[in-house]
Design a protein around this ligand. Structure first.
Ligand code: IMP
Length: 501
């Protein structure tokens, strides 16, 4: 006979946190959001720790290289999407690893034969006043000079004046050879009172610029996640089909962590994938698995050797799995049960396996609730899709800016590997939709706002760390009427900020 669970399963929206005693120490500035990404033994340190409890969803419309760099700067980890060829995915990972914080490829370049009018037009287009003069006018050409706004006067000079006549030539410029560290480059900038320092390759071609303003940027990201070689940390999605080829390519490209991307993870396919990785790499490769929604699923993946386990089926904003297949579970209920299983597993084995709550985060406070319920971090798709750095188009619809966001199970993404159960290698029916989300600006600004809300609520609960929140949190179910009471009500709102969620 089938097993019946007669209690309804609940979503985050049906819960609230009850404030606890907060001492005068409970100030947002004292709160740490540090959290493990991968499993560790009692008393040891996890191999990868994040400074914010947020990772980006393994999706075409979310996790490209730009978002990965921005999120690593903020202290979280992106998982580059796997629904592309192995070569394309590895190239994206390699780009993130090659991104040298502070070393920026030049986007404003002219040749010595071009004119002041060209320089003015370029400045208008890019908004940048430092222009590299290269032999052929391209970013890869030999550096022959530099033009800044101090070198020309639009009102006094003929627009047809050739660049060679007013540029600062290479022999009079200050530049550095490729290989210089960011610290050394910044010292030169400060000593010589420069705004920009060109970096030149061994053969004289332009490599990049270090800008004075980026030094400040570096200082503004104290939580950034770097590996031992000072490269940004990045994750990558894999599937249960082509792992024998994909995993080595992603590792060669420098991926720090992998994650099996599947709509349902309580399967022999995941076991085989994890087994293969352990056989070939032992514990040195970090790999998450999922998704599951109950204790059995958690225990299965824990035994299979997963480094973290993702929870969530059917709660994603673009997800129609529950409608099409009738499987899933309210995200909060699923998370609470899995976290309990994780704690019991830790008690029994001394191994702590981080739990990731994946999908269904609508408001920022849902993240705090997920953490309070036991999640170590959350995976977000819709949230990150709204930002400048996500790989999709920003378009104007009905007078407001929106960004495109589509599910991996939609016809647009056609990620059959995520949904395939050993069948005919195609997406037989859709489990996701194609949509728009309100455009919300740069990642950094938004993540700072979100994390400051989380920290503030943690203070209300008397917690200065995530483990403390998990220990101390008092969580209550709320009635449907009380949810209505939770928003502004019985007033006529003058304006509503639509980008806030
Ligand atoms: P969101 O943060 O609520 O937008 O949910 C993102 C999560 O939805 C992802 O991390 C995936 O677990 C899941 N997901 C992505 N694409 C699809 C889909 O097409 N159908 C169902 N779930 C999806």
């Amino acid at each position: 006979m089938a097993i019946y669970i007669n209690e309804p399963s609940h979503t985050f929206n049906e819960y609230l946190l009850i404030p606890g005693y907060s001492s005068s120490e409970c100030m947002p500035a004292n709160v740490s959001l540090k959290t493990p990404l991968v499993k560790y033994k009692k008393g040891e340190k996890p191999a990868i720790e994040m400074t914010i409890p947020m990772v980006s969803a393994i999706m075409q419309s979310v996790s490209g290289e730009k978002l990965a760099v921005a999120l690593a700067k903020a202290g979280g980890v992106s998982f580059i999407y796997g629904s592309q060829t192995i070569e394309q995915e590895a190239a994206m990972v390699a780009k993130v690893k090659a991104y040298k914080s502070g070393f920026v490829p030049s986007d404003s370049n002219v040749s010595p034969d071009m004119t002041m009018a060209d320089v003015v037009a370029l400045k208008k287009k890019t908004g940048h006043s430092t222009v590299a003069v290269t032999s052929d006018g391209t970013v890869n050409g030999k550096l022959v000079g530099i033009v800044t706004s101090r070198d020309y006067r639009v009102s006094r000079m003929d627009p047809a004046t050739p660049v060679r006549d007013f540029m600062t030539p290479l022999e009079k410029m200050i530049y550095a050879k490729n290989g210089v560290t960011l610290g050394e480059a910044n010292d030169i900038i400060w000593d010589k009172k420069l705004n920009a320092l060109p970096i030149v390759n061994e053969d004289g071609t332009l490599n990049s610029f270090v800008f004075r303003k980026d030094y400040a940027d570096h200082k503004e990201n104290p939580g950034e996640l770097l590996d031992e070689k000072k490269r940004y940390i990045v994750g990558a999605g894999i599937n249960t089909r082509d792992y024998a080829e994909r995993v080595p390519a992603l590792l060669a490209a420098g991926a720090d962590a992998l994650c099996i991307d599947s709509s349902e993870g309580f399967s022999e396919w995941q076991k085989l994938t994890l087994q293969w990785i352990r056989q070939h790499y032992g514990d040195s490769v970090k790999v998450g698995a999922g998704n599951v929604v109950d204790r059995d699923g958690f225990n299965f993946l824990a035994e299979c050797g997963a480094d973290f386990i993702k929870v969530g089926i059917g709660g994603g904003s673009i997800c129609i799995t529950r409608e099409t297949k009738g499987i899933g579970r309210g995200q909060a209920t699923a998370l609470i049960e899995v976290c309990k299983a994780r704690d019991e597993y830790f008690e029994k084995t001394g191994v702590y396996i981080p739990v990731c709550s994946d999908g269904g985060i609508v408001y920022d406070h849902h993240i705090t609730l997920a953490l309070a319920m036991g999640a170590d971090f959350v995976m977000l798709g819709r949230y990150f899709a709204r930002f400048d750095e996500s790989p999709t188009e920003k378009v104007m619809i009905g007078g407001t800016y929106v960004k495109e966001y589509w599910g991996e199970g939609s016809n647009r993404a056609r990620n059959w590997q995520r949904y395939d159960l050993g069948g005919d290698k195609k997406l037989s029916f859709e489990e996701g939709v194609d949509s728009y989300v309100p455009y919300a600006g740069p990642l950094k600004e938004n993540v700072e706002k979100t994390t400051s809300k989380i920290k503030s609520t943690m203070c209300n609960c008397g917690a200065l760390t995530i483990p403390e929140l998990q220990q101390k949190a008092k969580i209550t179910l709320v009635s449907a009427t009380s949810i209505v009471e939770g928003g502004a009500h019985d007033v006529i709102r003058k304006e509503k900020n639509t980008t806030d969620k």
